[in-house]
Design a protein around this ligand. Structure first.
Ligand code: RAM
Length: 366
């Protein structure tokens, strides 16, 4: 835990020096569960797991985007820890494919199971609305985490970090790598992913600033958070844009696939890579220099925070209204609900920068 906090502190200082305006967040320097986590990369095949006994007081469900994503597994791990700490039962689900249709089916199943709450990392901001409203009408507390649903489809969103900060950080990071000029491409998740689309919008806005007018965004490609598709999309980018200077992958699946392609093709130093990556998956590429640095937050903490948020909603400690405060276990006792457009959200903290100087401290954590 100490090592983790130290590394977080260093990363936070680096980020602060990188960014002039860092928005205030709750709990950004807190963390949980690091010491009990191993950095393994199992890939789930089961779409549903129910843990605990039937005698427990509440059923708390989480639906991730799709299976086979270690980031999602870490988030589920944090959610499970929080729910079980409260003495409740956890239900963890993820469809094989990252589609809204598959998630709707899971929401319907959970309504039939009469769960107390559903936390969802959405494959589409709007398409889940009828299903989630049906859940809310049935008395189920609904929240999104990681990838938001629209404000009519949830009570509150648990956000990993300020989207403006994420988008700006990625552009500043890539600009530094390529000396402020040249062609870049984005390798995203699915074209409907709310979180990636929000970050891409911010990146496009930041690129319009005069400082970045020598950088051209030539393409946004979608690897759908599937390893094979992310690999073939990276290969296609390299083929279509022979002058490409860098790839930004704001997805842990995409950045790891791109790291492998650039390594296999011997493109280290020729095509730069940054984005949002899981240290356990990216350590080899950071150590080799294929990816000089990347960013992320603690996915275990995102899930853990959502578990405590769900509990506070179910118990009625909070209603999701602006200014509501609640206790998030090891993350701290004063998490506050803040505005998110017309809705509300809870913010975990700022993204951390991982590079060759600190990756060894993190690769076994998540
Ligand atoms: C992928 C998923 C997830 C996102 C991370 C950064 O694992 O798309 O939703 O938050 O990347």
């Amino acid at each position: 835990m100490n090592r983790k906090r130290l590394a977080q502190g260093i990363a936070a200082v680096l980020l602060m020096s990188l960014l002039a305006a860092c928005s205030g967040n709750n709990g950004g320097n807190n963390s949980t569960n690091g010491s009990s986590v191993n950095g393994g990369q199992s890939s789930p095949t089961a779409t549903t797991q129910a843990e605990g006994g039937d005698d427990l007081s509440g059923k708390y469900a989480m639906i991730f985007k799709n299976t086979g994503n270690p980031y999602g597994e870490k988030m589920m791990e944090g959610f499970k820890n929080a729910v079980e700490e409260q003495g409740n039962t956890v239900i963890l689900k993820a469809p094989d494919q990252p589609t809204a249709e598959a998630q709707i089916q899971m929401i319907d199943e959970l309504i039939s199971q009469k769960v107390n709450s559903i936390a969802i990392a959405a494959n589409d901001a709007d398409a889940l609305q009828p299903a989630l409203q049906k859940a809310m009408n049935a008395g189920i507390q609904v929240l999104s985490l990681d990838s938001a649903v629209n404000t009519n489809s949830r009570t509150v969103h648990v956000n990993q970090a300020d989207p403006d900060l994420i988008g700006r950080t990625l552009i500043e990071g890539v600009s530094e790598m390529i000396g402020g000029e040249g062609e870049i491409a984005i390798l995203s998740a699915t074209s409907q992913a709310t979180n990636q689309n929000t970050w891409i919008e911010v990146m496009k806005r930041v690129l319009e600033e005069p400082e970045y007018n020598k950088i051209q965004l030539v393409k946004v490609a979608y690897g759908d958070d599937l390893r094979d598709k992310s690999t073939s999309e990276t290969e296609a980018l390299l083929k279509s844009y022979p002058n490409l200077k860098a790839i930004i992958a704001p997805t842990t699946v995409g950045i790891a696939a791109a790291g492998k392609v650039l390594t296999d093709k011997g493109l280290k130093g020729k095509v730069q890579l940054t984005g949002l990556g899981l240290p356990s998956e990216m350590a080899e590429y950071i150590e080799s220099g294929v990816c000089q640095w990347m960013y992320l937050w603690n996915p275990i903490d995102v899930g853990y925070l959502a578990g405590y948020t769900a509990d506070a909603l179910v118990k009625g400690t909070i209603t999701g209204a602006l200014g509501d405060k609640f206790n998030a276990g090891e993350l701290g006792s004063d998490f506050e609900i803040i505005a998110d457009g017309e809705g509300t959200q809870i913010m975990l903290g700022a993204p951390f920068r991982f590079d060759s100087g600190n990756i060894a401290d993190w690769k076994d954590v998540y």
